[in-house]
Design a protein around this ligand. Structure first.
Ligand code: GLN
Ligand code: ZN
Length: 759
């Protein structure tokens, strides 16, 4: 009998119940008990969904109050010492302080989870971190699942990946965090033994680091580490996902574990290597249903792969999604407005559970048992292939006419910057912000009532304009040099553009967690992308008309549009990126024509698009850089192009970032204490750069002094004449009071430094 399971379910809730409860808790509207109740209800519902679909076990441990890596740190007893919290006594209030910062301490570092748009809190370890244990939430949740009568399979992030993803800020130079492994393993032993005591049979232990290029000493650490975990009494399913782990299949298969999960959606080619190495008694969990995308599975095709595997492995075959389903929305049942034809091509998490059940049933009972489901799948595949809405002649023709010149500015940066300084007349250390200003309740309500058709288009326009004017006046009062209109009209930086482009579809409730309580609703690119008319010109022109200062146009770049959408799986990502680039290029040209002198093309997702394996980087960087260049390079020398990137490590892709050739790049640096900037300095990044001087994810208002220090540090690696002063990301999640206070201090810091430098 082939068995079915998932690696994880979206925890946030179909209607973002967890987010709403978290935020109510943060505002002091509900207490810890009420918040806990919301979590328990969600877990119960999600386990029940797995059971109802007919899965053989439910997954426990995929829930987290903010982030699963933070929860693991709390479980291990590995909290940053600077907070002074006892992991065993951790309250939810303090748990959130770790994630969000408090009056005394900045938040823990946050970064992207592999190549996804999910962010995890980076474990912050010290040479003396003891891993002596902490919260028992995993055990509690397990008890909960069992009390509900479920066959539970806990999931835990594996020790090597946990350590690989961690940082040791402030550790002596040369300290190797791998040396923490023996102590860490003891903590894992305790956890696994505790699970065994509670009657657990299988534990899924995630080691996605095996899909990255691990250094030899890290690879060598697997064998001794897992030897130590061999006799805890539970069976281990070692899970890899997001890419191939074929080159480590032999190594993995020598470990004393009882099963392996592999991602056969991203990397179907790895199957042969795993089959060749698989020990005789080991389970293979085949990740055949896409956990990262929303397309309905071609069950017939998947079945043909599985049938061959089943013939060979029989009950050692498990059928699973490629990775945790946390990267897709909860279910299609919440979608009432989606076009019926497009909807018939989709499967969200709940539908994917059913796909797994159908696949297993076909294996166990024969295809006849699921005849109707297979026919429905065939029909959906056929209509999608034949639909006239997917390809457009016009777009195809434009793609063919792309020339190399379209990716190049008229002059090199060294020349352009002179022209721009002359034209724009900016002071030394110009100040600016990243684009959005606080999305107040009033703004969100305004957009919502517009969407529901409750106010007239003209009324809406006037009220959005009033918000823009507020933002402009406040920036003028703060004496910021390059202004933004504040993005009041934008729900989301991708959705806003997608809604105005061909080839995009939108969900009502297709929420995916980005970090903590932040959720995004990635649009779905189902067809060729085209911009029928200008998208931001009227708004930007209006904003510019209010002020004599420079108004920065604000667009989302092609790579981010691609990366934060659910993309087509019927053409190369690169082709979709080029279609997006042409659409944005048209917008850039129109903004310039409308008299806008500074245009920012945001690419916060540029790095997360990088393949996990370095060998695959050059190809990605090549097309991603080209897509950005094509979107930007149509402007005159005296029009200044900005780009913005955040929350990632850039140091290893600096040549590509330089090749994008934006005149100014603003980046996140404050959360990692300007660490990033060293890389830009060492690489001698040629263009202008605005390292973020304060963390917008925290409500803390940094002092003039704190920002001045960061700027002075920045001046040590970047010549001041190429430095900009800005926060590290958009301000839409903040309130106005802290925003004004922080920006006031930021402008002050810039002024102080200008004075010092001119002495
Ligand atoms: N311009 C966007 C904003 O300020 C950029 C957001 C981002 O980097 N994620 O909101
Ligand atoms: Zn950002």
């Amino acid at each position: 009998m082939a068995r079915t399971h998932i690696l994880g379910f979206p925890r946030i809730g179909a209607q973002r119940e967890l987010k709403l409860a978290q935020e109510a808790f943060w505002r002091g509207e509900i207490g810890e008990d009420q918040l806990r109740e919301v979590g328990a209800t969600l877990r119960q519902r999600h386990w029940q969904a797995q059971r109802d679909a007919g899965l053989d076990m439910v997954t426990v441990g995929d829930f987290a109050w903010y982030d699963q890596t933070l929860t693991l740190s709390a479980t291990l007893g590995a909290l940053p010492q600077r907070f002074g919290f006892d992991a065993r006594e951790l309250t939810l209030a303090r748990y959130f302080e770790l994630a969000r910062g408090n009056a005394a301490q900045p938040a823990m570092d946050m970064t992207k989870w592999f190549d996804t748009n999910y962010h995890y809190l980076v474990p912050e370890l010290r040479p003396d971190t003891a891993f002596e244990g902490g919260v028992n939430w995993l055990f509690d949740e397990l008890d909960e699942a069992r009390a509900q009568g479920h066959q539970a399979k806990p999931v835990i992030l594996g020790p090597i990946t946990y350590l690989w993803l961690s940082k040791t800020p402030g550790a002596p130079a040369g300290f190797d965090r791998l040396s923490l492994l023996p102590r860490l393993i003891k903590a894992y032993r305790r956890i696994l033994a505790g699970l065994h005591e509670r009657g657990v049979d299988w534990v899924q232990i995630d080691e996605p680091a095996l899909c990255q290029d691990l250094p030899p000493d890290w690879l060598a650490a697997y064998q001794p580490a897992y030897e130590e975990l061999a006799d805890t009494g539970v069976k281990l399913l070692l899970a890899t996902y997001f890419d191939t782990a074929a080159d480590h299949a032999a190594l993995a298969c020598r470990l004393p574990v009882q099963g392996f999960h592999i991602d056969l959606v991203r990397a179907p080619q790895q199957l042969a290597a795993w089959l060749a190495a698989l020990p005789d008694n080991a389970v293979l969990s085949a990740g055949v249903v896409d956990g990262r995308n929303i397309w309905r599975n071609d069950l017939r095709k998947t079945l043909s792969t599985l049938q061959a595997l089943h013939a060979r492995l029989r009950d050692r075959l498990w059928v699973a999604p490629s990775c945790s389903l946390q990267h897709v929305p909860v279910g299609l049942q919440a979608e009432h407005k989606l076009d019926a034809e497009i909807k018939s091509w989709l499967a969200f998490a709940t539908e994917k559970l059913r796909e797994l059940a159908v696949l297993a049933r076909a294996l166990n009972e024969g295809e006849a048992a699921v005849h109707a489901a297979l026919q429905a799948s065939d029909a959906a595949q056929a209509t999608r292939r034949q639909s006239g809405r997917v390809t457009h002649e016009l777009v195809q023709r434009r793609l063919q006419k792309i020339t190399p010149e379209m990716a190049q500015r008229d002059s090199p940066f060294v020349h352009r910057i002179g022209v721009q300084r002359e034209a724009l007349q900016l002071p030394l250390l110009p100040t600016t912000t990243i684009g959005s200003f606080p999305q107040t309740a009033a703004i969100r309500q305004l957009r919502a009532s517009h969407k529901r058709g409750e106010i007239s288009a003209l009324d809406y326009l006037h009220r959005i304009r009033a918000e823009i004017e507020v933002a402009v006046r406040r920036q003028e009062a703060l004496d910021i040099d390059v202004l933004v209109h504040g993005e009041a009209e934008r729900n989301d930086m991708v959705e806003y553009f997608g809604e105005q482009l061909w080839g995009y579809a939108f969900t009502e409730n297709g929420w995916v967690q980005s970090y903590g309580s932040r959720c995004v609703k990635p649009p779905i690119i189902y067809g060729d992308v085209f911009r029928p008319e200008a998208m931001t010109v009227e708004t930007t022109r209006y904003a510019q008309s209010l002020t004599s200062r420079l108004m920065k146009g604000m667009l989302t770049g092609p790579v981010t549009m691609l990366q934060w959408s659910f993309v087509r799986d019927d053409q190369a990502r690169e082709t979709t990126a080029l279609q997006l680039a042409l659409a944005i290029r048209d917008e850039v040209a129109d903004l310039e024509k409308a008299g806008i002198r500074v245009i920012q093309i945001d690419e916060p997702a540029f790095r997360e698009g990088l393949p996990l394996r370095r060998a695959d980087w050059p190809r990605y960087l090549d097309w991603a850089v080209r897509a950005f260049q094509i979107s930007a390079a149509c402007v005159r020398d005296d029009t200044q192009i900005h780009t913005h990137m955040c929350y990632s490590e850039f140091n290893d892709i600096l040549p590509a970032i330089a090749a994008m050739d934006a005149d100014v790049i603003t980046i996140e640096t404050s959360r990692s204490a300007m660490e990033l900037l060293d890389g830009f300095g060492a690489f001698q990044y040629p263009n202008e750069i605005g390292p973020g001087v304060y963390d917008i994810h925290s409500p803390r208002v940094p002092s003039v002094d704190a920002m001045l220090k960061l700027l002075e540090r920045a001046c040590e690696v970047i010549p001041p004449e190429r430095l900009w002063v800005n926060p590290d990301c958009g301000l839409k999640t903040r309130g106005w009071p802290e925003t004004e206070a922080a920006l006031g201090n930021m402008v002050q810091a810039a002024k102080v430094l200008r004075r010092t430098l001119s002495q």
